[in-house]
Design a protein around this ligand. Structure first.
Ligand SMILES: C[S@@+](CC[C@H](N)C(=O)[O-])C[C@H]1O[C@@H](n2cnc3c(N)ncnc32)[C@H](O)[C@@H]1O
Length: 292
């Protein structure tokens, strides 16, 4: 029999040898997920014995991680805004920097007289795991929202997450492609107070130079923003023009060094009061504006 402590050390050694910078953390997260424990609990019970089955799974998962598969892909889940999101092969792994967009909207709502209990209506374009919309609905207790994505597998995963978090009564998810005109429930639910999106924004010819964790494991549909990385934006602006309440807010996540270009594109549309917020790494990450 092996203890948690020894199993973690062994996995850590294999991951270090494979050049994984976060070897210790990854070993702990993998074993915590296998044992069904919170990582903090795992760390407090390092002397507990690990079953042969758990150990065999840890060996398999460690080998996958050593080959560059992200921890979240192996465990099938990722924490975002303190919620444990399930992901599948069609969904992007939620990124910590995307929490900036959630913060921007929550701060904005707090600055309004209507506050967090108002029945805000939110449309999330390219919802993925549903992380942005569901984090917001979790914060804004009166809000309702629709998340759309072009891939069926994505929408099913987002819906499942809404059920896991007890938010399914306030969240709807549907397949829709922003390159076509909004239809159905999206159109009939307009106008929205907020349109949010973390669109694919990587330049097509940069995708092959991304780390293996991203280029080999994240769906290309979630990454590829076309030649200049900004090809999705005109479609999103067009949906926002049609579906956003006058005075409503559009907030978009952007890639590194895109803020100036995105601002210039927005200035040519019917939007005003443009604000840019940086993420924790100091990268200009979110642009927010109001429909004039
Ligand atoms: C960068 S991911 C963001 C996912 C999630 N919102 C997040 O922040 O983790 C972009 C998402 O846009 C979706 N998408 C790409 N093109 C689309 C289109 N034409 N219409 C609707 N969704 C699209 C992708 O499937 C993907 O889920």
């Amino acid at each position: 029999m092996t203890t948690i402590s020894r199993a973690v050390r062994r996995a850590e050694k294999i991951l270090k040898t494979a050049g994984i910078a976060t070897a210790r953390l990854d070993a702990e997260v993998l074993l915590a997920s296998i044992s069904g424990l919170d990582r903090s609990v795992l760390l407090l019970t390092m002397g507990r014995e690990v079953s042969d089955r758990e150990l065999a799974t840890l060996e398999r998962w460690t080998a996958r991680r050593a080959l560059g598969e992200p921890v979240a892909r192996i465990t099938g889940s990722k924490e975002f805004w303190s919620l444990d999101f399930r992901i599948n092969s069609d969904t992007l792994v939620p990124r910590p920097e995307s929490e900036t967009l959630v913060e921007v909207i929550v701060d904005y709502v707090r600055s309004t007289p209507l506050g967090i209990r108002y029945a805000w209506k939110i449309l999330d374009l390219g919802t993925g795991s549903g992380c942005l919309l569901l984090a917001l609905l979790n914060e804004l207790e009166g809000a309702v929202g629709i998340g759309v994505d072009r891939a069926e597998g994505v929408v099913n995963q987002a819906r499942e997450n809404s059920i896991r978090f007890g938010l399914s009564k306030r969240a709807e998810f549907m397949v829709a492609d922003w390159r076509t005109s909004p239809a159905g429930i999206v159109k009939s639910s307009a106008p929205f107070d907020f349109i949010i999106s973390n669109p694919p924004y990587i330049e097509s010819d940069q995708i092959q130079s991304l780390p293996i964790e991203v280029r080999a494991h994240d769906p290309v549909l979630a990454l590829d923003g076309g030649k200049d990385g900004l090809e999705c934006l005109p479609y999103i602006f067009s949906w926002a023009s049609e579906l956003l309440l006058q005075g409503g807010v559009m907030a978009l996540e952007m890639g590194k060094d895109q803020a100036l270009r995105v601002r210039a594109m927005i200035q040519k549309e019917d939007f005003e009061e443009i604000h840019i917020t940086s993420d924790l790494a100091g990268i200009e990450r979110v642009i927010r504006c109001r429909k004039s």
